[in-house]
Every structure is written in structure tokens, then in C-alpha cells.
Design a binder for this molecule. Structure first.
Ligand SMILES: [Zn+2]
Length: 482
């Protein structure tokens, strides 16, 4: 058994036996190997969309706020001056154009060497869009990326809110950088379950959305925290769990960060007032929070449970050694599943004649077939932040199955891991190879034509990723560690 695995097992054991909810361990005196190895700072800003600006997803009227939405920045600098900003937003998501824009702007304005932008995936907020530019055509690719067919420039109220979000991201990173102080970094883990696997396969082989209580989930919360060397108080706690934030009912017309917001609120109540708590969404493509779409009170209860688990993880956390930040990106392309047959397309052109969106997709497929082209591939940059030998955070665009996070946890040569999805771009789902191999039976997240409820059929790629994508992603992640 490799040493790293042994270390991880004993680490997990100590986390698993933790029962207390009051966080105290970080108050103890601890010795970092290098007294000035790391610096940390954090800040937050409210980004709640105003009343009247519709909530998505599902799209619905916005008559007010249940709990406000925030963007938060955590900045870590090492002894050489290298620094990274981890920005987390209460948002449904953001495409590549938006994330590229945010990351470039923050690097330039705040002097960051690296910036990650991650979304919590709350289904009671907004999608963050790119800023309109006169020198940029609003192409179909950009429309898919922004999740809208109507240019933002034609919606002044939304443009104003979206612009303010972009500005607040710069502001929040700048403020976090200005508050940098010598810090000890710690990482912890504790068991918790907020969701249940949502992919149920019927006896006839078709997969639909339901409750698969035996299905794979990620039954823990992992934390990365920074503690002031001077006061030993926590500066920030970053926590990650994998579950779609869908406990708030889709009939609610109130903006909410769903259970991640309630978890942050729980942490804020339990920790010093100036400690920033920020949530990262794990590999939750096949996990729904439970209970599904019921009440704001249920979302609060799930968040409190998650927050209490994060406090246990913090209590049992271990010091991260080393003196440098290491981050890498492996640019990766995922091929798309082969196009449907000509016969299937012909039949669908007749069957879907009353669905203009579907007909549009079918005509594109026909054009690709006519010229012998393969469907467009997906960009999927794999990002890694490695700290000492104790901690690794993987950041992935798109939504990924829990299998990916479980694989990262098994394969990573680090004592503890976190995986963020909806990070630095993406739109929709990357199925596991097993899900993709089911073809049309692969369900909402992985199915292909003629399953029109399969999300990726209605995408710029004209279908889900090809079988084999899981291995490509794993290779990219492993390359981050080499
Ligand atoms: Zn989703």
C-alpha cells in the first residue's frame, strides 16, 4: 500500500470519528513547517439580482429574496509571491466566454497568477453572462455559451446587473488581496450526505430521474481553511460537497442560494465574524439534493447539516505543509459521440416537425453528415491546485458524475482532495463512460438521439461526449499531478 494511501486512511478515520459540532481545533497552537510559507485573504460581495429579473432554472418570476446571493474570493499567496484567487459565486453557472473574460480581467486588474471562477449551481439565481462587445459578433456558439438567444445588450436591466457582477468579482479579489496575512493552511473532511443519486435505470434499460438510493454519491464534505498566524483565527473556510442545489421549490419566486447558502450562514454563525465561508460544487451531475423541490425551510435544514459537517472537518483538519502553491491547467478536448444515422435523422425530421428547436438541430446534423464532418468537440480544461503533499483541488468545467470525484479521491497522491465542477466554463453534462455507453437510454445527463430529453442533444455539440471521455479526463487530471 503506498504511503499516501495509508496517510489518507488514517486522516479519514480521524475525520469520521469526529462528532462535535463546535469548532475548536484551529484555536490550538500549531506549528507550520515554514512560518511565512503562505499568506491568505478573503472577501465577499452581494450579487442578488433585483426583483423583477427572472430566476432560472426553471425560469420563473422574481418577486423578492429569501436569502441573498454572494460572490466570494479566497486568495492564497506563497513565499515566492505566486498567488491564486479562487472565486465562488452563488450562480447557476457561466460559460467559457464569461469565465475567460472574468479570469483575464482579474489577472490583469489584481495581479493574480491564476484565477478560478466557480459556480454553486443554485437553481434559484441566475446564469452569469459575458459582457457584450462591439467588436464581437453574437455568434451561435456565444448564444449557447450564454444560454440565451437574445443579446444582453438588448436587456438593459440584466446588462446592468451582469456588469455589476463582473465588477464585484474584481472588487472582491482586490479586497481579499489587500487583506492578505501570514497564514497556516489546513484541510479536513467529514462524512455528510445532502443528496441522493438521481439516475434510475428501469428494467427495460431506460434511465430516468428519480431516487437511486444505492447509486454512487460523494458522502463527505472536504475543507480548505486558512488561519491567521497572528491570531490563529480562521480567515476563510472553503468547503465542497456534491449535490444539485434543488431543494428550493421551482414554484418559489424568491431568490435563494439554496442549501449552500444555508451552509455558509451556519458557518458564519459558528465562526468569527470576519471569517469568509465559501462553497464549491462537487461532481454532482447525478446527485440531487434531498428532499427535491420542497421548501426553503428544507433547504435551510440541509444547509445547516452540511455546515455542521464542515465544522467537524475543520475541527479535525490537518496542517498543510510545504511552502509553495502549484497550479496547472491541462487543455483537453473531448470528442462528441458519432452522429445519428441518416435513417434516424429522416424519421426524426418528420416526427419533430412541430418542434422548431429540434428541427434546427436535425438540420445541423444533416449538414455535418453531408460534408463528412464529425460533430464539434468540447473544450474541457482540467485545472489543479496542489498544496504540499496534503491537498489537491481539481477544477473542471461542465457538470460531472460522482464517479469522477470518487476516482480523483482514489487516484490522487494527496492526503485529501476536493473537486469543483462548473469551474472556468462549461454548459451541461459530461456523462460517465458507462452512462454514455447506454446510448439513447443514457438519460438526461448522458443520453443521445432520439432521446430528446437528453440534455446534450440540445447543445452546440449536437450530442453527448463520446464513450472514452472518462478516460481522457482522468488522463488530464493525472497529468496535473505529474
Ligand atoms: Zn445541473
Amino acid at each position: 500500500m503506498p504511503t499516501s494511501i495509508k496517510t489518507r486512511r488514517s486522516f479519514l478515520l480521524s475525520a469520521a470519528v469526529a462528532g462535535a459540532t463546535a469548532s475548536t481545533a484551529w484555536r490550538k497552537t500549531f506549528a507550520a513547517p515554514d512560518p511565512d510559507a503562505y499568506f491568505a485573504g478573503a472577501a465577499e460581495r452581494e450579487i442578488t439580482p433585483p426583483e423583477g429579473m427572472e430566476i432560472t432554472h426553471f425560469i420563473r418570476e422574481n418577486i423578492g429574496v429569501h436569502d441573498p446571493l454572494y460572490v466570494r474570493a479566497l486568495v492564497i499567496r506563497d513565499s515566492s509571491g505566486k498567488q491564486i484567487a479562487l472565486v465562488s459565486a452563488d450562480a447557476l453557472g457561466a460559460g467559457f466566454a464569461t469565465c475567460d473574460e472574468i479570469r483575464d480581467r482579474v489577472k490583469e486588474k489584481c495581479g493574480m497568477d491564476e484565477v478560478w471562477f466557480s459556480c454553486s449551481h443554485t437553481h434559484s439565481g441566475r446564469w452569469v453572462l459575458s459582457t457584450p462587445r462591439s467588436d464581437r459578433e453574437y455568434t451561435e456558439e456565444l448564444q449557447w455559451d450564454d444560454g440565451t438567444h437574445v443579446p444582453l445588450i438588448e436587456r438593459p436591466a440584466e446588462l446592468a446587473w451582469n456588469t455589476s457582477v463582473h465588477q464585484k468579482i474584481v472588487d472582491v479579489v482586490r479586497e481579499a488581496t489587500q487583506s492578505l496575512q501570514p497564514a497556516v493552511l489546513r484541510t479536513g473532511r467529514a462524512p455528510v450526505k445532502v443528496g441522493i443519486n438521481r439516475r434510475v435505470t428501469r428494467p427495460d434499460g431506460f434511465t430516468h430521474m428519480g431516487w437511486n438510493r444505492q447509486g454512487l454519491i460523494v458522502p463527505w464534505v472536504s475543507t480548505l481553511s486558512a488561519h491567521s498566524k497572528e491570531t490563529q483565527q480562521p480567515i476563510f473556510i472553503l468547503f465542497e460537497h456534491a449535490a444539485h442545489p434543488v431543494t428550493v421549490p421551482h414554484t418559489s419566486r424568491l431568490v435563494s442560494a439554496d442549501f449552500p447558502g444555508a451552509a455558509v450562514a451556519k458557518l458564519r454563525k459558528s465562526l468569527p465574524t470576519d471569517c469568509i465561508a465559501a462553497f464549491g460544487q462537487g461532481c454532482s451531475a447525478n446527485i440531487n439534493s434531498f428532499p427535491l423541490r420542497t421548501t426553503h425551510e428544507d433547504a435551510d435544514a440541509a444547509g445547516i447539516k452540511l455546515g455542521e459537517a464542515a465544522l467537524v472537518a475543520l475541527d479535525k483538519s490537518n496542517v498543510i505543509t510545504g511552502d509553495s502553491i502549484r497550479f496547472h491547467t491541462i487543455p483537453t478536448i473531448l470528442p462528441t459521440m458519432p452522429l445519428p444515422s441518416e435513417k434516424l435523422i429522416e424519421a426524426q425530421l418528420i416526427a419533430q416537425k412541430d418542434h422548431p428547436d429540434r428541427i434546427r438541430q436535425l438540420k445541423k446534423i444533416t449538414a455535418y453528415r453531408a460534408t463528412g464532418q464529425v460533430p464539434p468537440a468540447r473544450r474541457l480544461d482540467a485545472h489543479g491546485l496542489m498544496l504540499g503533499k496534503e491537498f489537491c483541488l481539481i477544477g473542471l468545467p461542465y457538470e460531472h458524475f460522482s464517479h469522477t470525484e470518487r476516482w480523483i479521491d482514489r487516484a490522487a497522491p494527496f492526503a485529501n482532495t476536493m473537486a469543483f465542477t462548473l469551474t472556468n466554463g462549461g454548459r451541461g453534462y459530461i456523462g460517465s463512460d458507462a452512462g454514455l455507453a447506454m446510448g439513447p437510454n443514457g438519460g438526461y445527463e448522458a443520453g443521445c438521439m432520439p432521446n430528446w430529453s437528453a440534455h446534450e442533444v440540445m447543445s452546440p455539440n449536437l450530442g453527448p461526449p463520446a464513450v472514452g471521455s472518462e478516460k481522457i479526463i482522468q488522463s488530464a487530471i493525472a497529468a496535473l499531478w505529474s
